[in-house]
Design a protein around this ligand. Sequence first.
Ligand SMILES: *[C@@H]1O[C@H](CO)[C@@H](O)[C@H](O)[C@H]1NC(C)=O
Ligand SMILES: *[C@@H]1O[C@H](CO)[C@@H](O)[C@H](O)[C@H]1NC(C)=O
Length: 462
Amino acid sequence: MLSLNTIATPNMKNTWNMKASIYGILTILLLWSPELGVSAARDTKQWRHHDGSRQLMAETFYPSYGESMPSSLQYRKTSTIFNVLNFGAKGDGISDDTKAFEAAWLAACKLEASTMIIPKGSVFLIKPISFSGPNCESNIVFQLDGKIIAPKASGNWESGLLQWVEFTKLNGITIRGSGVVDGQGSGWWTKSGTKPTAIRFYGSSDVTVTGITIQNSPQTHLKFDNCQSVQVSEITVSSPGDSPNTDGIHLQNSQDVAIHSSKLACGDDCVSIQTGCSAVKIQNVDCGPGHGISIGSLGKDNTKACVSNITVLDTKIHDAMTGVRIKTWQGGSGSVQGVTFSNIQVSQVKTPIVIDQYYCDGSKCKNDTSAVGISWISFENIRGTYTVNPVQFACSDSLPCTDITLDTIQLRPVQGSDHLGKPFCSNTYGELKTSTTPPIDCLVAKKRSTKQAQYGYDSCQN
Ligand SMILES: *[C@@H]1O[C@H](CO)[C@@H](O)[C@H](O)[C@H]1NC(C)=O
Ligand SMILES: *[C@@H]1O[C@H](CO)[C@@H](O)[C@H](O)[C@H]1NC(C)=O
């Protein structure tokens, strides 16, 4: 009760003072006695209005104290919980629960470190939704233990929509739990045109995604765009190996990203790293089926791309089109610089090691004199089996790849494969640190040209 004295500051009006004290006493009783809490909440419609819980009362109560809130009550403020079922969500997999999610988010977003709960045992149908942050408090937790499903491809989606579930402009946002996000994307896979990403984070910092499963996205499963300090761990991505453009995790303009201990199975790149990314570390990932772990494609339509300081280690890639790959279009500019692929185990991968500066999506692509420069790329300890070609380095005639190193490469053809290709390099300068299996004799030992320094990675330094 001591804390009540602090609440009743002298400059408060008497009525407020009284109200405050009564609410304060009630709250403290509620916090202290669970039974009392339930009966009090039953008697008080306004408290049950939002979610019927004791915590909600805390929300309506505390803000009137502003800075003078006692620290014992601050704690309640930071542990506030908002369960979507208490905001009208049905969770039957048929009813549209979008509005309930929006209402729960609106309440959770007002309190620092609040938790929005999507409980286990229910399936929630959600239309395209934005958990938008510019006016939200920080460190919100999205506790996903149930299942969220997207409308099947139909009139439920407006055309040209880029994502289904969006989190934007948040500082400190966590998605965690054992739940499932299902994009129900199969209806999209046969269509052409723009398809939505399942979950996209935009313009946010301190982002954590852990524990959940994301499956059957119409397109990319999980995307980070303009984000800083991102942690992804123990997630599962699952969609069929033949589902088109279903990247696992897509990174763009994001820095300080760690992806680890995750299982990514999809129809396109398990992880795709795009322009503007640096300080990205990928570790202990199981990738396949899919198209491996890729930097790019970069430089499309004569754009400038800058990617640096990327590390991929302790990773398994199986039943994949490529293993570790850098792909750039003719005509781009900028650079990819400082990349290490280390301790990669491949199994049944068509081409485990790839640099392709002539990337083309199948349409007519013209050769150009400019290209995204590629330098300081290290492939270390890459072992396992391939089905087509162990190493493919197709570097640009006008802007060769430089400082490419290969260390401890042991790649064997899968038994019974025929028409196997040999290691291929064009315009690739670098060094073998060890002998390799198979022997790779196509790297050229030569110093960087001044042209490379001029048009290559230098152009990305500010
Ligand atoms: C590279 O990225 C890692 C994180 O992945 C970071 O710890 C390190 O400082 C970065 N190094 C440079 C030179 O930027
Ligand atoms: C572009 O250049 C590459 C490498 O020299 C060559 O293999 C390819 O055929 C060229 N493509 C076109 C469309 O000229």
